[in-house]
Design a protein. Structure first.
Length: 459
C-alpha cells in the first residue's frame, strides 16, 4: 500500500504517441519536510541580498531560460502535447515573466501615511516559503506565474508540478541554479497531489499556497489552508462565454471562434466553450463556423503547421467523450487515428442550455452554440454558470461593449478578441473560478506581508 513515506513512480507519457518519456519518483511527505527546511534557510540568504542583486540574478535566470527556450519548447511538446508554436510562446512567457518580476524588485515599496504625533510607514516583507502547485495544461507559464513574483518579493519557492508534466519544471530549477540563485531557493518536488501536494499544503513552514487546477481540488486546499489561516491564491475552472451580437463583424467572430476553445485542445480554463449568438445572426454564424472548424489542423504537435494536438491522457479523453452523447447534432473536424489521445474539434448546436456540456467544464475541444434574443438575454446566459473566469464580447457598439462588460461576472473579458492573459495585467476569476489575482503590477505584493511602523516625533 502507498503511504506518504513510501514513494511511488510516475510514468510520463507523450500524449501524441503514448510512448514513455520518463519515470519520475514521487516525493514523500518526509522529503517535503526536508525541502521546506532547506527552503527556509535559502530564503533568509536570498532576502538579505540587496534588491539590485536579487533583480540581477532573476535577469540571469531569464537569460538562461531564453538560451534554452527551444529545448524547453520541445520538451513541452513531448510531455504535454502542445503544438510547437504554443510551446515556444510558453518558454518565452517564462522568460518575460522573470524579466517583468525582476523589474519590480527595486520598486516593491511601502507607503508613508500621514498621522499625528509622528511618522507612519509600511514595509512589504517576504512571507517566507511559498508552495506553488502547477497544473498539467500549461506547465511552464503557470509555474512561472507563481515562482517569478514570489522569488522577486524575496521568498523561496517549492514547486509541485502535475504528475503528468514534471519535466519542464525540473529543467527550470536547474536553470535557476546555473544562473546563480541560491541552492534550494527554487525546488521542484514531483509527486501525487494527495501525498506531495497535501504535505506541502499542510506544512506549517509553508506560508502561502498558489494553486492552479480544478475547482474541486481548490476547495479541498482552501479548507486545509483555512484550518491553518494560510494565505492562498486559487486559479480554478471556467466555462467562459463567447458572446456574438448581430451588429458584430460576423465573419471575423466566426473565424476567431474555433481557436478560442481549441487552443491546447480545449484544455484551457479560459476556453470560450459557450458560444452565444444573437438569434438574428445565428444561422449565418453557423454557416461560417462549420468550414472554420473543419479547417483546423489537428495532428503531430511537433509539426509547425499543426493547430491542435492531443489531450493529455486516456482518462481525459474518456472524460471528454462522455460529454458528447450519441446522436448529438455537431459540427466536427478531424483528428488522427491510432496511438495518442485524440479527439476532434466538436461543436454541439442542439444542446440544452442547462445540459452538462453547456454548464460544466469539459476541458477538451468541445463547445456549444446557443442563441439569445437581446442584450439582457445574453447577459443572463453568460452568467448562468458557477464560474466566472473569462469571456469575449463581439459587437461594433462601444456602449454595448461597456454595458455587457460591466454585467458579465468574470475576471477577464475581451472585446472583439479572445485574449485573456497578459503578464502586465491582473488575472483571476469570480465565484468558483478562483480567489485572488495573479500577474500584473501587483503580483509581487501578493507574496508579501504588510508591516506598519509608527515612529513618534514627540519629545
Amino acid at each position: 500500500m502507498t503511504t506518504p513515506d513510501h514513494p511511488v513512480e510516475h510514468h510520463v507519457l507523450n500524449p501524441a504517441t503514448e510512448e514513455l518519456l520518463a519515470t519520475i519518483a514521487s516525493t514523500t511527505a518526509a522529503e517535503v519536510d526536508t525541502a521546506v527546511v532547506r527552503a527556509a534557510a535559502a530564503q533568509r540568504t536570498w532576502s538579505a541580498l540587496a534588491p539590485a542583486d536579487r533583480a540581477r540574478l532573476l535577469r540571469r535566470f531569464a537569460a538562461a531560460v531564453d538560451g534554452e527556450a527551444e529545448q524547453l519548447a520541445h520538451l513541452e511538446v513531448q510531455e504535454a502535447g502542445h503544438t510547437l508554436g504554443n510551446a515556444r510562446w510558453e518558454a518565452a512567457n517564462v522568460r518575460d515573466l522573470l524579466e517583468y518580476a525582476a523589474g519590480g524588485v527595486e520598486r516593491l515599496a511601502g507607503r508613508q501615511i500621514p498621522v499625528p504625533g509622528g511618522l507612519d510607514i509600511t514595509l512589504l516583507e517576504p512571507l517566507g516559503v511559498i508552495g506553488v502547485i502547477a497544473p498539467w495544461n500549461f506547465p511552464m507559464p503557470i509555474a512561472a506565474w507563481g515562482l517569478a513574483p514570489a522569488l522577486a518579493a524575496g521568498n523561496a519557492v517549492i514547486l509541485k508540478p502535475a504528475e503528468t508534466t514534471p519535466l519542464t519544471a525540473l529543467r527550470l530549477a536547474r536553470l535557476a541554479l546555473n544562473a546563480g540563485l541560491p541552492e534550494h531557493l527554487l525546488q521542484v518536488l514531483p509527486g501525487a497531489g494527495d501525498v506531495t501536494g497535501n504535505a506541502l499544503v499542510e506544512h506549517p513552514g509553508v506560508a502561502k499556497i498558489a494553486f492552479t487546477g480544478s475547482t474541486r481540488v481548490g476547495k479541498q486546499i482552501m479548507a486545509k489552508c483555512a484550518d491553518r489561516v494560510k494565505r492562498l491564491t486559487l486559479e480554478l475552472g471556467g466555462k467562459s462565454p463567447n458572446i456574438v451580437f448581430a451588429d458584430a463583424d460576423i465573419e471575423a467572430a466566426a473565424a476567431a471562434a474555433p481557436m478560442a476553445f481549441l487552443d491546447n485542445a480545449g484544455q484551457d480554463c479560459c476556453a470560450r466553450t459557450r458560444i452565444l449568438v444573437q438569434r438574428s445572426a445565428y444561422d449565418r454564424f453557423l454557416e461560417l463556423l462549420a468550414p472554420a472548424i473543419e479547417s483546423v489542423v489537428v495532428g503531430d504537435p511537433s509539426d509547425e503547421n499543426t493547430q491542435m494536438g492531443p489531450l493529455i491522457s486516456r482518462a481525459q479523453l474518456e472524460r471528454v467523450r462522455s460529454y458528447v452523447p450519441e446522436g448529438s447534432t455537431v459540427l466536427s473536424g478531424k483528428a488522427p487515428e491510432g496511438p495518442g489521445f485524440w479527439f476532434p474539434p466538436t461543436v454541439l448546436t442542439g444542446a440544452h442550455p442547462d445540459s452538462p456540456v453547456a454548464t460544466e467544464e469539459v476541458f477538451g475541444p468541445v463547445a456549444v452554440v446557443l442563441p439569445f434574443e437581446d442584450e439582457a438575454d445574453a447577459v443572463r446566459l453568460a452568467n448562468a454558470t458557477e464560474y466566472g473566469l473569462a469571456g469575449s464580447i463581439w459587437t461594433r457598439d462601444v456602449g454595448r461593449a461597456l454595458r455587457v462588460s460591466q454585467s458579465v461576472q468574470a475576471g477577464n473579458l475581451s472585446v472583439n478578441s479572445h485574449s485573456s492573459v497578459r503578464y502586465w495585467t491582473p488575472f483571476g476569476g469570480y465565484r468558483q473560478s478562483g480567489l485572488g489575482r495573479e500577474l500584473g503590477p501587483d503580483a509581487l505584493a501578493a507574496f508579501t506581508e504588510t508591516k506598519n511602523v509608527f515612529i513618534s516625533t514627540e519629545v
